[in-house]
Design a protein around this ligand. Structure first.
Ligand code: ATP
Ligand code: MG
Length: 398
């Protein structure tokens, strides 16, 4: 912001960081808005800056270890469909009409609490949309006419669910009422964009709460239709328990700063439909392993039509599943070989998840693998006096 100012531009902190700071929370990232155009931002920050996005063009500026998103003021403009702003049936497919001030920019933002601007010129927060009062009242409210705003961008239904879960805010009745109906428009949102949103929903530290809000508004069905129809069946409690446990584990790992992977998340999200399809193939006479492989392929191929999952992740999701019968079969047989499989750890975690969710058949097996790893941990020996070197070996723990 100081660098923008020095170059004669305006720069404001806006969005989640202002919101979270005012709530006394630690911001996840920082978004800046400026009157400088993307190319001007790039000229200013040179090598530290890349321009991204076609639908919504903005600059990513590297600062320390972080990426700061720098967007140019959006304007209301009448320049409809001249290439800078393109709408189809009320849906904004491109929004690169630049404005000249925050007073204009604010109306393009989603929720009032995300429309607060912090300025370094006088250290003030500017609030055009009633965001301060909504923060105080812990209310999530769309700026403008809710139906129109959801029609412009159906992802806002997901954002409503995400912020309600993350902040534990109530959604204002006017903002809440159209969610279910307009959530159906998520169908037309590119799967790649929905993948980004799903990661924010399920890897943002509030996965379980987000999942429950999504289900409440029928949005989960839009994202994961096959999983949702499994949940709709009687006696599907196990799959729901498994997923909720996986999401709770994800939240715990994130709170502890441990890594998480979309592959594991999707393995849990799609385990229900995959298992059911595999079972159906077996009833038709397929053997278990080919049935699992065919079902894995089919369920993933169907899912990526809704929420894209990049190939590097689907490969691992399928490996986690494929290793499940192997972990069962290889108990006491060639276990060391199995442990060396690059996906062993993820597959083992998944087996434990199944056991915890109540699958009695795998309980003892999961425990066996836990004990096996305990007993075969690399042990650091006390350095031998002669060589003075620590030796590492795989031995039984006393
Ligand atoms: P987070 O804590 O997840 O980063 P955020 O509010 O900062 O929350 P971002 O996705 O980083 O969310 O977006 C930054 C800001 O840009 C938002 O606060 C909002 O003002 C605006 N914004 C983002 N996405 C949309 C959208 N789909 N429609 C309207 N405004 C949006
Ligand atoms: Mg942000």
């Amino acid at each position: 912001m100081y660098q923008l100012k020095k170059a004669g531009f305006e720069g404001y902190l806006v969005g989640g960081s202002v919101r979270d700071l005012l709530l006394g929370r630690k911001p996840k990232d920082f978004d800046i808005v400026t009157n400088a155009h993307p190319e001007q931002v790039r000229d200013l920050f040179r090598k530290r800056c890349i321009l991204i996005g076609r639908r919504f063009r903005l600059a990513h500026v590297r600062f320390g270890g972080e990426i700061i998103e720098v967007a140019t003021f959006r304007g209301l403009g009448d320049a409809l469909d001249d290439g800078d702003r393109v709408t189809v049936d009320g849906r904004i497919v491109r929004d690169n009409v630049y404005g000249t001030s925050i007073a204009e920019d604010v109306w393009r933002r989603d929720f009032s609490i995300n429309g607060l601007y912090y300025s370094i010129a006088d250290f003030s927060v500017t609030d055009f949309a009633g965001g301060m009062a909504d923060l105080d009242a812990r209310t999530l409210r769309l700026i403008g006419d809710p139906e129109m705003r959801y029609r412009e961008d159906a992802v806002r239904t997901l954002r409503a669910a995400r912020f309600a879960a993350k902040l534990d805010f109530r959604i204002h009745p006017d903002t809440e009422a159209p969610i279910r109906e307009f959530g159906k428009l998520l169908e037309a949102v590119p799967p790649a964009r929905l993948f980004d949103e799903v990661l924010k929903l399920f890897q943002g530290g509030h996965a379980l709460a987000s999942f429950r809000v999504l289900r409440h508004y029928g949005l989960f069905d839009q994202l994961f239709p096959a999983t949702a129809s499994v949940f709709a069946e009687p006696e599907s409690d196990f799959f729901l328990t498994l997923l909720e446990r996986a999401l709770a584990n994800t939240d715990a790992r994130i709170a502890e700063g441990k890594p998480v992977t979309p592959s594991f998340l999707f393995a849990a999200l799609l385990w229900g439909p995959m298992q059911q399809l595999a079972k159906r193939y077996q009833v038709r006479g397929m053997s278990p392993i080919p049935a699992l492989e065919a079902a894995s392929r089919e369920v993933v191929n169907e899912q990526v039509k809704h929420v894209m999952l990049p190939r590097r992740f689907t490969v691992m999701t399928k490996e986690i599943w494929a290793l499940q019968p192997r972990l069962v079969r290889n108990v006491r047989r060639r276990p060391k070989q199995t442990v060396r499989h690059p996906r062993f750890r993820a597959a083992y975690d998944f087996l434990v998840l199944r056991a915890e969710a109540g699958e009695k058949e795998v309980k003892d097996i999961a425990k066996w693998w836990t004990d096996f790893q305990e007993n075969n941990k690399p042990v650091h020996e006390v350095p031998a006096k002669k060589s003075g070197q620590a030796r590492r070996h795989f031995g039984k723990k006393k």
